[in-house]
Design a protein around this ligand. Structure first.
Ligand SMILES: NC(=O)c1ccc[n+]([C@@H]2O[C@H](COP(=O)([O-])OP(=O)(O)OC[C@H]3O[C@@H](n4cnc5c(N)ncnc54)[C@H](OP(=O)(O)O)[C@@H]3O)[C@@H](O)[C@H]2O)c1
Length: 172
């Protein structure tokens, strides 16, 4: 099973604000995120799940990473959610469910917990500095290879430039 982290980073590697939420609005990047996640097994941290209420679709299989043993009240009702208390629990759940790929959709603490287990990264580089203080963990080039960088494009509504990178873990 592949474990993929998908994230959008600004030029300072920021992904979010300290009080939650994305520090930008780039609809074409959001569309890329939505398209990649369609029909997938998704792993999400408790804080990000709370921000994404109403976003999940019936064809998503969602695993919520949380040390709490109860569903948060804001869980979307239409999408089944399985709880996992640890990253290995989440990986087991996805494997047992027959997942070919588990996609980690954030946020920062969840990316940090799962990066050591991941073998793929799909990283959007946004050409902006948002002032966000929540950051993606360091991608060490000793561990990761940039396989492909898509041509830079511009968001049609805001004009923000962004490029999508596909990284793979180096084999020992
Ligand atoms: N730019 C992007 O691509 C992107 C994507 C997603 C999110 N974000 C942003 O990221 C920010 C949120 O990040 P965050 O770090 O605060 O929250 P988060 O990772 O979404 O959630 C943190 C919570 O997840 C659970 N968790 C994480 N790792 C765990 C582990 N190893 N074992 C057990 N539970 C674990 C814990 O829940 P419990 O406290 O219940 O134990 C923890 O409090 C927001 O600003 C959001 O908008 C950005």
């Amino acid at each position: 099973m592949n474990l993929t982290l998908i994230a959008a980073l600004d030029e300072d590697h920021a992904i979010g604000r300290s009080h939650g939420g994305l520090p930008w609005h780039v609809p074409d990047e959001t569309a890329h995120f939505r398209a990649y996640c369609a029909g997938q097994w998704l792993l999400v941290g408790r804080s990000t799940l709370a921000e994404m209420t109403g976003w999940f679709q019936p064809d998503h299989r969602v695993i919520l990473l949380t040390s709490a043993a109860v569903h948060p009240p804001e869980s979307p009702a239409s999408t089944p959610i399985t709880l996992a208390a640890t990253v290995p629990d989440a990986l087991d759940t996805a494997r047992r469910g027959g997942a070919a790929e588990l996609v980690v959709i954030g946020g920062a603490r969840t990316y940090a917990s799962t990066l050591p287990h991941a073998n793929r990264l799909v990283i959007t580089r946004l050409a902006l500095r948002s002032g966000g203080t929540v950051r993606f963990p360091t991608i060490s080039e000793a561990d990761w290879t940039l396989r492909h960088r898509e041509p830079e494009r511009r968001d049609t509504s805001t004009g923000t430039a962004f490029a999508i990178e596909h990284w793979e873990r180096r084999r020992p």
